[in-house]
Design a protein around this ligand. Structure first.
Ligand SMILES: *Cc1c(COP(=O)(O)O)cnc(C)c1O
Length: 407
């Protein structure tokens, strides 16, 4: 540093950056819910129908899960006291892992504090410098962060383009013949709601001796009979090396997991920094998540997953201009282009009583800002009709020359 150089104070730098975000329609602010998560919420003081939540099955405020949470808090306390490896693993953690593995019909599972921690804790444990990670272009930020953190060479393939994936796999095998090669994708894409062509991806990674990490964050509880996810639905579970997911979406609580072979779980417990160097999640959270997973396997759980599927069909029938058939999962993106346009349309939806959040860069590429609806099992027909009416109302339609579904 040159002596005498004047540096701007931190606050001036931050305020300047915030003003820039504001001018681009990209500034975010927190909105406060004065209610539990659900199909109807009180948002910034007013009741609205909620199309923003990943609580796909309405479990976030389910009474029996709240009771389970309280019971475990009384029995095990509110904090876990240390990381899982030191003394933070309590009976509920083990039980959750058993239930998850059973539900996924896989040998083992290991849970982390969040899905995000799961990704950044797992990818760098499996690959490092000299190795290769190949990701779908639309992979979630935490998967990208995990890949970057690993120090492996990174290649990105155009969304769901298995021909490009194939080319990258060939490149990896040519340039790094002895490297570990990890393919990373999602079963249901979080901002587009479409599915990965999993059969072809599995075939390709097997052909080239690569491994596959499949993030089922939006597939668990949604896709396949009983909501066991896309890999299970296609009979491919055994061929996916690393199954990842979150307990914060359809499972209604919070936390993340990896499922697969016992060796994978044992390895991550030894090598994942996100697992090793972080306090275990509270037993109450763990117990509630376990109850949710167990419940998913009951007939009531299967009925709830089926109710969501039925709502997907109902919504598609109500919105023929937007959807040509039921969405493959529970996410419906309405791409509008400019960031400011998404903000304006979302504000109009809110005025009409529906919270349909805008999604902007960096969650999606610049210029592909969108409204993103999530459908849940607990939306009523009236709720769905309200969203359909608002989206097709003349007022919005006039302004939506660029409206399109991404699929
Ligand atoms: C939400 C999400 C995550 C992160 O999970 P959290 O439990 O919310 O941290 C990871 N991957 C995808 C695809 C997601 O949508």
């Amino acid at each position: 540093m040159t002596s005498g150089t004047r540096h701007e104070p931190l606050e001036a730098v931050l305020l300047g950056e915030l003003a820039r975000l504001d001018s681009l329609g990209m500034r975010r602010r927190l909105r406060t819910l004065a209610s539990a998560q659900g199909a109807e919420v009180v948002l910034d003081g007013r009741p609205v129908v909620n199309f923003s939540s990943n609580d796909y099955l309405g479990l976030a405020k389910e009474e029996f899960l709240a009771e389970e949470f309280c019971r475990a808090a009384r029995d095990f306390g509110v904090g876990s006291g240390s990381s899982r490896l030191i003394s933070g693993t309590q009976t509920p953690h083990r039980k959750l892992e058993e239930s998850l593995a059973a539900f996924k019909e896989l040998p083992a599972a290991v849970v982390f504090g969040s899905g995000h921690t799961t990704a950044i804790g797992t990818i760098p444990a499996l690959v490092g410098s000299g190795d290769v990670v190949i990701l779908d272009k639309l992979a979630h930020a935490c998967l990208v962060d995990g890949a970057r953190l690993s120090g492996a060479a990174m290649r990105v393939f155009a969304h769901n383009r298995t021909d490009v994936l194939d080319a990258h796999l060939r490149w990896a095998r040519r340039v790094h013949p002895t490297a570990r090669v990890l393919v990373v994708t999602e079963s249901v894409f979080s901002m587009d709601g479409d599915l990965a062509p999993l059969e072809e991806i599995v075939r390709l990674k097997d052909e080239h001796g690569a491994w596959l990490l499949l993030d089922e964050a939006h597939g668990l509880g949604v896709v396949g009979a009983g909501g066991r996810g896309l890999a299970h639905a296609l009979g491919l579970s055994d061929r996916v090396e690393i199954h990842m997911g979150t307990l914060g979406k359809a499972a209604g609580v919070a936390g993340g997991y990896i499922a697969g072979r016992q060796a994978l779980a044992d390895f991550l417990i030894n090598k994942s920094r996100g697992f090793i160097f972080s306090t275990a999640m509270p037993a109450a959270q763990t117990a509630a998540a376990r109850a949710a997973i167990e419940w998913l396997g009951t007939s009531a759980g299967r009925d709830r997953v089926a109710a969501l599927e039925s709502n997907r069909q109902v919504f598609a029938a109500l919105c023929p201009g937007l959807l040509s058939g039921p969405p493959p999962a529970a996410i419906v993106p309405v791409i509008v282009g400019e960031e400011s346009r998404a903000l304006e349309l979302s504000a109009r939806c809110l005025d009409a009583g529906a919270f349909i959040p805008p999604v902007r860069f960096p969650a999606v590429p610049k210029g592909s800002a969108r409204l993103r609806l999530t459908l849940t099992a607990t939306h009523t027909r009236e709720h769905l009709a309200l969203a359909a009416d608002i989206l097709s109302s003349a007022d919005i339609a006039k302004n939506q020359a660029g409206f399109r579904m991404s699929q």
